[in-house]
Design a protein around this ligand. Sequence first.
Ligand code: HEC
Ligand code: HEC
Ligand code: HEC
Ligand code: HEC
Ligand code: HEC
Ligand code: HEC
Ligand code: HEC
Length: 368
Amino acid sequence: MTERARQRVVTPGRSFLALNLALVISLTLFRWGSVSFSVAPPVDLLQASNGRADERTCINCHVQAEQFHATGHAQALSRASSPDSLKLLARLGDSDQARDEGTIVDIRFDIPHARNSSDGSASEVTLDWCFGSGRHARTWVTTLGDSQGATDLNEFRWTWYREVNGFDVTPGQPDKHFDTHLGPFGVLYDHPKARRCFACHTSHLPIDDGRLRLEDVETGVNCQRCHGPRADHIASDGEIRDDFWKTASPAEAVDRCAQCHRRPEEVEVDEIRADNPELARFQPIGLVQSKCFTASKNLTCTTCHDPHLPLEAQDSLGDWQCLQCHSTSQPEHRLCGAGQGDDCLQCHMPKVRSVDPIRFTDHWIRVR
Ligand code: HEC
Ligand code: HEC
Ligand code: HEC
Ligand code: HEC
Ligand code: HEC
Ligand code: HEC
Ligand code: HEC
């Protein structure tokens, strides 16, 4: 385990959040793109090519790059034609529900085509991108130009869930398919919404007059998505640095992760209740409600997570996470009031089920 707990001293900065609370209705909480109405990620930064370096060079000097390819971040977006995606799509036919609605996937020359012939005339779309690493789920989308040439997105009606190892309806979509012009294939999102989906699942997203230049995207959340453009850094052999993560206050550091994992300001105040299981999906929102966060000066996401390693590689279910503070060697912190010495997560940070077949870890650490 690396040294994680570190003291940070800087006052919290304001996030660049532009938010229309009135639009954040409950239903939006349960969709993949549920913060769709705020401009969470810095899209402008994502568009800029200035100062970016080739990601493949980081490994020459940094061990952090060695296992990074196996993280959920690195795999958060892939082409629908990638082998893993095709393997799953080939199994849509196992879903009774999809079959009943008349939808099949037909793979031709490695391009998946979704077809539906339920209303007599057959219709078809290609599936272009696969969102999600598959640790929890994968959802496919089709990108298409609107009348102005801007990129819209159709979110496929069927999502593959690891927990049931099969397909079910995509979160936020109606139980019965309805009449948009892509009807049985899912829900069409306009250009701003399409851009937001990609913004949280890519690291470089060039845009020309509303058209996402998808041929040039960098997929997934990569080094420079969290560490900023690094051409100067490399040209100077690491002399030019960026001290954001070293100097950030816990609130600032958590807020950086929360630009994608969701900020408290992005949900209605009355959604932030300990008994709301949907909240677990948004780890930062729960974490910042916890006494562990509010009463300590140094708890951040990286107290427990190493973003350079896949979860599986970091003993992510170990008690060490809690014992960094709640142990006899730290008399300023309390020990378990119930006298327990292990299995902390099971009682204080359990996995909870959301409306979809996915379990998230409840980051609102508390006595239940
Ligand atoms: C504000 C940023 C943001 C936006 C916008 C966003 N996502 Fe995500 N998405 C995330 C994050 C963060 C996760 C990881 C959730 C987790 O595992 O805790 C995720 C996970 C996923 C997953 C994997 C399932 C899971 O929960 O791990 C899928 C599939 C997905 N998103 C699809 C989409 C689609 C499709 C859209 C647009 C309709 C979208 N996302 C918009 C941030 C975003
Ligand atoms: C999800 C965001 C994220 C991604 C992606 C990411 N990092 Fe980091 N990185 C961090 C954070 C946060 C820290 C500070 C860690 C801490 O506070 O302990 C950090 C620290 C570092 C450090 C300094 C380590 C130290 O001990 O001071 C290096 C070097 C680094 N990252 C390189 C990389 C490289 C190379 C990649 C891509 C392979 C990468 N990072 C991807 C978030 C990220
Ligand atoms: C640009 C958006 C973005 C940012 C910034 C971001 N994440 Fe994520 N994160 C995601 C997405 C998307 C996923 C889901 C990937 C998947 O489908 O499994 C994810 C997954 C994860 C996971 C599950 C990892 C795994 O390998 O299964 C952890 C833990 C995590 N993020 C922590 C962090 C931390 C800590 C930070 C800040 C240092 C951070 N994230 C910043 C988008 C982001
Ligand atoms: C030619 C070697 C070299 C290359 C290539 C390189 N770095 Fe570094 N990097 C360094 C040195 C030297 C340091 C300072 C010592 C340290 O922290 O390891 C450093 C420090 C860092 C840090 C911590 C301090 C800071 O500025 O944030 C991060 C993060 C980082 N590098 C990210 C990256 C990323 C991302 C890439 C690839 C795009 C990359 N580096 C490529 C040499 C390199
Ligand atoms: C006190 C320790 C701790 C802190 C702090 C923490 N996490 Fe976690 N996190 C966990 C544990 C434990 C898991 C479950 C690990 C597993 O299932 O392997 C987890 C899992 C996750 C996952 C995977 C999806 C899920 O919900 O199971 C994501 C994403 C995540 N954390 C993001 C974050 C972000 C973002 C932050 C900062 C806001 C954060 N975590 C802070 C302990 C922590
Ligand atoms: C960075 C230090 C830190 C870490 C890591 C940490 N905590 Fe805490 N926690 C605190 C502080 C500070 C308090 C306030 C009481 C105290 O001083 O001990 C607290 C309070 C609590 C409480 C009482 C909550 C309440 O609402 O009264 C519980 C339960 C708890 N922690 C469990 C855990 C568990 C379980 C973990 C590991 C998943 C953990 N903590 C990790 C610092 C931490
Ligand atoms: C079997 C369930 C269970 C396990 C396992 C467990 N706890 Fe607790 N914990 C509780 C309960 C119940 C309370 C409330 C006790 C009370 O107030 O009477 C509590 C209270 C606490 C508190 C608040 C103490 C206070 O004085 O306010 C902390 C801190 C805490 N636990 C930390 C931990 C840590 C760290 C671990 C792992 C080493 C752990 N717990 C394991 C059930 C558990």
